[in-house]
Design a binder for this molecule. Structure first.
Ligand code: S3P
Length: 448
């Protein structure tokens, strides 16, 4: 982990963005590739793995529980211990900023006869863990968490796993792929069939990858349209060769940058376009964005394409709540696009944004207001009045944006900096390392 000293960074108007680039590997798929490989019997190979701090936290935790994980040239090799083969870690697991590492690994440990304590940074320590504690406790795990003054269960927490755990049928009360994946991971070492009922579809990388690893998993639809995922436990996973595609959530920043900087024309190669993740692209197209998908193909069960984006005048729209789960990480950068569009953009159904790496509705509202953007912050969304393409500027000559240890707030305002009158400073660029190492360099490369 890097030091805690904030590292401010300034982003100024640039010329048109142009060129052919690629973005680092998908964060969600990278976590899962490491975890499932660690549970297979034998040696898996991963290329394109995201080497961001969040994913490295997952790798370190798996090593601490007995998996051998090595990197040579561009290939990561994971020597799996087999389902049920994890060992007791000697020390607390340091999760840094990563909610995904924490929630997925809690599930993994829940059905092993080991215990582990999870710790993290100031942002992660505020995030609610009750959503995973509840189903994992039903499966028999004993989880003790710090209770906040408003009765939220948060880090630090200790999971004491149980073997054998009890298979459950669980209806997800929040649309969360992390909760779904935590239960799936716990069910791998649990006898019998565990069923998860998912009323609202969330990213399905765990289901796709588990099939690839040879788990007995099926997905059906019940009478009310909910997805029902059934996994037969005491699974034996076969080692795999995995190619991780570029992260659409990282490409999102470059897509919006190209749309709002006049004259831009860029191609982002090898990006995942799984429909459970690609809501932002659809919304931006509906706003008038010139975005096209070239060379569409399937890599390791995941749809992938090269994304061609040209600068476009955008028009504000009403973003329907049902699209939120397929772009849940992309709202911060959508708000930047909305701030440059003509007319009003309305978003709703976004309560979950308040419990991400920061309260993203309030952080984005604060930053945009500093840039002179007119908006209303509702309980579950923002209503933004766009500038119609005019550069943003607040009362201050050099606004400083507070990023609250949130990589996506930092990158969203870095993009906004390209269309300000005199530039802006974000108070800390370091959190970007959690998901998008090389972001700053790539932005400069596109602008040169
Ligand atoms: C993720 C799921 C989402 C997303 C996060 C990654 C995953 O979180 O915001 O960045 O890899 O499963 P929720 O499950 O809390 O919606």
């Amino acid at each position: 982990m890097t030091s805690n000293t904030p590292q401010p960074a300034t982003f100024k108007p640039s010329g048109a963005l142009s060129g052919k680039i690629s973005v680092p590997g998908d964060k969600s798929i990278s976590h899962r590739a490491l975890i499932f490989s660690a549970l297979a019997v034998g040696k898996s190979r991963i290329t394109g793995l995201l080497e961001g701090e969040d994913v490295l936290a997952t790798a370190d935790a798996l090593r601490a529980m007995g998996a051998r994980i090595e990197k040579k040239d561009d290939v990561w090799t994971v020597h799996g211990v087999g389902v049920g083969g994890l060992m007791q870690p000697d020390a607390a697991l340091e999760m840094g900023n990563s909610g995904t590492s924490t929630r997925l690994l809690m599930g993994l440990i829940a059905s092993h006869a080991i215990s582990a304590t999870f710790i993290g940074d100031a942002s992660l320590t505020k995030r609610p863990m009750g959503r995973v504690i509840e189903p994992l406790s039903q499966m028999g795990a004993d989880i003790r968490a710090r209770e906040t003054s408003d009765h939220k269960a948060c880090l630090p927490l200790t999971v004491r796993g149980i073997c054998p755990a009890i298979p459950i049928e669980y209806r997800l009360p929040v649309a969360s792929a992390q909760v779904k994946s935590a239960i799936l991971l716990a069910s791998l070492n649990t006898p019998g069939i565990t069923r998860i009922i998912e009323p609202v579809l969330t990213r399905d990388h765990s289901e796709t990858m588990l099939k690839g690893f040879g788990a007995q998993i099926s997905v059906t639809t019940d009478a009310d349209g909910s997805r029902v995922i059934s996994l037969t436990g005491e699974a034996e996973l076969q080692p795999q060769k995995i190619k991780v595609p570029g992260d659409p959530s990282s490409a999102a920043f470059l897509v919006v940058a190209a749309l709002i900087v006049p004259g831009s024309d860029i191609l982002i190669e090898n990006v995942g376009i799984n429909p459970t993740r690609s809501g932002l692209f659809e919304v931006l197209q509906n706003m008038g964005g010139d975005i096209s998908f070239k060379k569409q193909r399937t890599v390791g069960g995941e749809p992938v394409a090269d994304i061609h984006v040209k600068h476009s005048p955008l028009t504000g729209i009403d973003v329907p709540a049902h699209i939120a789960p397929s772009m849940i990480d992309e709202f911060p950068v959508l708000f930047i696009a909305a701030a440059l569009a003509s007319g009003e953009t309305t978003t709703r159904g976004l309560h979950e944004l308040r419990v991400k790496e920061s309260d993203r509705l309030s952080q984005m509202a604060k930053g945009l207001e500093l840039l002179g953007v007119k908006l209303t912050e509702k309980d579950d969304g923002l209503v933004i009045e766009g500038s119609g393409g005019k550069p943003l500027s607040g009362g201050r000559a050099k606004p400083v944006i507070e990023t609250a240890l949130d990589h996506r707030i930092a990158m969203s305002f870095a993009v906004a900096g390209l269309v300000t009158k005199g530039g802006l400073t974000i108070d800390d660029i370091k959190p970007v390392e959690t998901s998008f190492p090389g972001f700053d360099t790539l932005m400069k490369q596109l602008a040169s």
